[in-house]
Structure formats: structure tokens, C-alpha cells
Design a binder for this molecule. Structure first.
Ligand SMILES: N[C@@H](CCC(=O)N[C@@H](CS)C(=O)NCC(=O)O)C(=O)O
Length: 212
């Protein structure tokens, strides 16, 4: 069976779990002890010490986008990328925007809440950058109802948990973003969160974030 090293509150792990559920692929996700990603055992698998990391038989690979692209090629049915070359490129662009820009900025805001930087003048540019990135995303999507149209794709999986962080972290840093700020993303999330795969992963993340 597929084994996924993950953390329940990780937005990158959420992307992979949603893809696995959408494809109907059973997987096990061991509960990782605190600090396990820094252990010699784990670093031997994944030298970056990051989750997610997927093991499928003898094969293992890290980086959420690489994992979901692997799943797409290994288990193509149902597809999670559009048929057209342009659509596939667009889905990948959105996933890159998430993984390289918005996702890391969300992590920065998340950790600032516990390390004393939140609310300091020095941290204000990071919050500004967060608001800017959400605005860029809002202005570059046209959901109908999913990012690429009628079919749910990897681009949608990428942002499902991150949308929750946009709302909660914006509020926690004194810059709440709601439907008036991001009407298209709000409508998109209503469609995405109605999917059982997304609901299941988000529910587990919220339990973990609440300390459950
Ligand atoms: N680009 C990576 C980012 C992975 C990442 O940053 N994961 C975080 C959790 S959200 C992590 O493993 N943190 C634990 C650590 O750094 O020790 C991906 O897309 O998989």
C-alpha cells in the first residue's frame, strides 16, 4: 500500500492527500512523532527533512508537486490534469504559484504567531506581501467553478488547505481577507470544499490545528 509521510496541518501534504483520495488510492499515513522529520532515519529518505514524502512499493519521492505528478502518471484514472496542453500548463502555473510564493508566505505568517514576530513593525512587510500575493491570485483566476473549469484538477488540490490559512492567518495578523476582498476565491472555495476529499482533509487539519 502507498505510504505517505505527512503532517495533518501541512498545506503541501494536504495537496497530496486530496489527490490520493480523488484517485481512490488507499494509503497509510503514519503518525509522526515530534521531531521525526529531523531524524537520521527520515533524512536518509528525504535529505530536506520535509513532508510530504510518498513511498509506493520500492519507490519513494518528496516534494508535493513531484508526488502528485508521479501519481498522475502512474495512476492516470481519474485524471487530475486537464486534457489540453494549455490547460495542463495553466494548472502547473497555479501549483507553482502556490508552492513557490503563496505557500511559503503562509508558513512565514504561521510561524510568526509563535516566535514573537507577529505584530512587530519589522514583520509588517511580510503581511503586506501576503495580502499582495492573495490579490495577485484573485486577479489571475476565473473559477468555473474550479480553477480550470468544470473539472477538479491538481491546481484546486494545491490551494484547498491554504485557503483556510489565508482566512485564519490574515485575521490573526490583523489583515482579515473575506468575500469582499477575494470574491472569486471565496466562490471557488465553496465549490472545492463541497468535495468529500477536500472536506475530509480539511476536517483533519482543523482538528490538528485545534490541538486534537
Ligand atoms: N516545497 C515543499 C515544501 C514542503 C514543506 O515545507 N513542508 C513543511 C510542512 S508544511 C515541513 O516539512 N516542515 C517540517 C520541517 O521543515 O521540519 C513541498 O511542496 O513539498
Amino acid at each position: 500500500m502507498i505510504k505517505l509521510f505527512q503532517l495533518p496541518y501541512s498545506h503541501y501534504s494536504a495537496k497530496v492527500k486530496i489527490a490520493l483520495l480523488e484517485k481512490g488510492l488507499p494509503y497509510e499515513a503514519p503518525v509522526l512523532e515530534a521531531g521525526y522529520t529531523r531524524s537520521a532515519e527520515y533524512l536518509a529518505r528525504n535529505p530536506l527533512g520535509k513532508v510530504p514524502y510518498l513511498v509506493d512499493g520500492e519507490f519513494g519521492v518528496g516534494e508535493s508537486e513531484v508526488i502528485v505528478e508521479y501519481l498522475e502518471e502512474r495512476y492516470p484514472d481519474p485524471p487530475l490534469l486537464p486534457r489540453s496542453i494549455e490547460g495542463r500548463a495553466r494548472s502547473r502555473w497555479l501549483s507553482r504559484f502556490h508552492d513557490l510564493y503563496l505557500g511559503p508566505q503562509l508558513s512565514t505568517l504561521y510561524f510568526a504567531l509563535s516566535d514573537g514576530r507577529a505584530g512587530t513593525p519589522a514583520f509588517a512587510p511580510e503581511v503586506d506581501r501576503f495580502v499582495e500575493l492573495v490579490g495577485l491570485l484573485e486577479s489571475h483566476v476565473d473559477p468555473a467553478p474550479y480553477f480550470l473549469g468544470a473539472e477538479f484538477t491538481l491546481a484546486d488540490a494545491s490551494y484547498a488547505l491554504s485557503y483556510h490559512y489565508v482566512v485564519t492567518l490574515g485575521a490573526a495578523h490583523g489583515r482579515p481577507l473575506g468575500p469582499a476582498d477575494m470574491p472569486k476565491l471565496t466562490g471557488w472555495f465553496a465549490a472545492v470544499s463541497a468535495r468529500p476529499s477536500v472536506a475530509k482533509v480539511l476536517d483533519a487539519a482543523k482538528v490538528a490545528l485545534a490541538g486534537g
